[in-house]
Design a protein around this ligand. Structure first.
Ligand code: TRP
Length: 375
């Protein structure tokens, strides 16, 4: 299991401590998204998404090959997913927002997996009805982002198992217990469903090829914590007659208390897409900042935007304009901007985002069937 000297832990199921993203690139053997790759993407897309510009998407596998193929007229498909263990929080939206941008710019299909099976298997306190109903709720958040229904295919594992199972079996036959033990830290007490699970998350990598009747390159935008699954997938892909999936990895969204990753299990420091304006007020008010003990001290010494959760939220999600982010940081450092006013600005950003999102989310209930793949 990736447990570094620095003491952080990052697996698909556990993230804690101060994640060293550079270290992960070295340990996982991925590649950094360098300026050349960014420029190539920018040239083909016509612009560059702020998450690329800011190195929030910062690591990849095989993207150069994907762009070579695209330039030859061989389109890729996008694949990403979500484990429905609860309501969606705004950190989950990051790779989805980015996937939407890629879909719009490159005109490609998106396959979206909702792994109700995974969350049932890995959480003893969740029943199958729970994970299935969260899957439907999470699907509303995906649709609310404005994906094109003609090009977007969402599926819940247990409702699409007839199609997924043969693909999962092809993977499962070639992955042995010692591999998943080493990659995920499983042991003899791990339930057998969990041991099988990576085969299920691998299956959609091959779904576009089966549906189109030819080998289709696949790009997976996802949090770097998911890379472990796809290392396993990539090892078997070619032996079963498909391309290896390519990946675009994002850093994980920070929590509001300034420690590590936004986590659904700590609701106080996490903004959910279903939160009310009052929830947002309270959570942002109580969040960790780079402010000083007193207003007077802050006016004299200035604040520390680099360690501030409020500024981080802005940077990762809620303020795409670099100039605005910079000017807020400058005002903070100079002592001109105090935390109250600064939090107020973020609250307005989040509340207006959630107001629109929640409206679109309710409307999505009537268009769910246009998106869902079922057997
Ligand atoms: N395992 C992921 C989670 O817990 C869900 C998932 C399934 C996923 N397929 C994916 C995430 C593909 C990223 C890309 O959230």
């Amino acid at each position: 299991m990736p447990r570094s000297k620095e003491g952080y832990v990052l697996t698909p199921w556990e993230v804690s401590g101060d994640i060293d993203y550079d270290d992960l690139v070295d340990r996982f053997g991925t590649s950094r998204i360098d300026n050349d790759l960014k420029k190539r993407i920018e040239k083909l897309a016509g612009d560059v998404h702020f998450m690329l510009r800011r190195n929030i998407f910062y690591s990849h596998r095989d993207m150069k090959w994907i762009l070579d193929e695209y330039e030859k007229g061989n389109k890729f498909a996008l694949y990403t997913g979500r484990g429905p263990s609860g309501h969606t929080h705004v950190g989950h939206l990051m790779p989805w927002i980015f996937a939407k941008w890629v879909q719009d710019k490159f005109g490609v299909d998106l396959y979206f997996q909702l792994t109700d099976d995974e969350k049932y298997l890995f959480n003893f306190d969740l029943e199958m009805e729970d994970t299935h109903s969260y899957a439907l709720e999470n699907a509303l958040d995906i649709i609310a982002l404005g994906f094109d229904p003609a090009k977007t295919h969402i599926f819940i594992d247990t409702d699409y198992i007839h199609t997924l199972y043969p693909l999962a079996l092809k993977v499962a036959k070639r992955v042995n217990f010692s591999t998943v033990k080493a990659v995920f830290g499983f042991d003899n007490s791990t339930n057998v469903g969990s041991i099988f699970y990576t085969s299920m998350q691998s299956a959609p990598c091959f779904l576009p090829s089966d549906r189109e009747g030819k080998k289709v390159p696949v790009v997976i935008p996802c949090g770097i914590d998911q890379d472990a699954h796809f290392r396993v997938t990539r090892d078997v892909a070619e032996t079963i007659g498909y391309y290896k999936p390519a990946l675009l990895h994002n850093k994980l969204a920070p929590s509001l208390d300034g420690t590590g990753k936004m986590s659904a299990s700590i609701p106080k420091t996490t903004i959910f897409t279903t939160d009310s304006p009052e929830d947002v007020e309270k959570k942002v008010s109580e969040s960790f900042t780079g402010g000083r003990i007193s207003a007077q001290e802050q006016r004299e010494k200035g604040g520390e935007p680099d360690i501030c959760a409020v500024q981080n939220y802005r940077y990762y999600l809620f303020e795409p304009d670099d100039a605005k982010v910079r000017s807020i940081a400058d005002r903070c450092r100079s002592g001109d901007l105090l935390c109250g006013e600064c939090k107020g600005m973020l609250k307005e950003n989040i509340k207006s985002f959630l107001k629109d999102h929640q409206e679109r989310r309710e409307k999505a209930r009537s268009s769910l069937e246009d998106f869902l793949l079922k057997d």
